[in-house]
Design a protein around this ligand. Structure first.
Ligand code: FES
Ligand code: FES
Length: 156
């Protein structure tokens, strides 16, 4: 079936099978492997992308159901050769080890900061509750998001 989809600001016209998930489309058809394939069942959040600005588990979403929508993956976040403040803060806090959870965490955090530019730590924890990390504790990620939020407020 035909699908027209906008990913990271670029339009793509593709033929997909009805059962193709958004995750499969992104990774297998568009080569956007920053979106990770974890549990394939809505449990880990590694496959999180933004659909019209809202975080969704792309493993649970049929590609056909997001026809005409705006998708953002981690590859669309940096701009002008510069990391997004969230990406920079994750690096500076040394939060990531294997990195598998990072793209989903960062995109969930981005959605939070769009809605709530000055979150408290509990709001950050709630926003990231669906993003699991098998390597680290969760203290560093909350600190990273709080730092990024402060930087983004300073710039605006
Ligand atoms: S791969 Fe989608 S939630 Fe785990
Ligand atoms: S850094 Fe490895 S899963 Fe989070």
């Amino acid at each position: 079936m035909h699908i027209l989809i906008n990913v990271n600001g670029r339009s793509h016209s593709l033929e997909v099978r009805p059962e193709t998930s958004l995750l499969q489309l992104l990774r297998d058809e568009l080569g956007l492997t920053g979106t990770k394939h974890g549990c394939d069942g809505g449990e880990c959040g590694a496959c999180t992308v933004l659909v019209d600005g809202r975080p969704l588990n792309s493993c649970l979403v049929l590609a056909l159901s997001v026809r005409g929508r705006e998708i953002m993956t981690i590859e669309g976040l940096a701009s002008g050769g510069k990391l997004h403040p969230l990406q920079q803060a994750f690096v500076e806090h040394g939060f990531l080890q294997c990195g598998f959870c990072g793209p989903g965490m960062i995109l969930s955090a981005k959605a939070l900061l769009e809605q709530t530019p000055s979150p408290d730590p509990d709001a950050v924890r709630r926003a990231l509750a669906g993003n699991l990390c098998r390597c680290t504790g969760y203290v560093g990620v909350v600190e990273a998001v709080m730092d990024a939020a402060a930087q983004m407020r300073d710039r605006s």
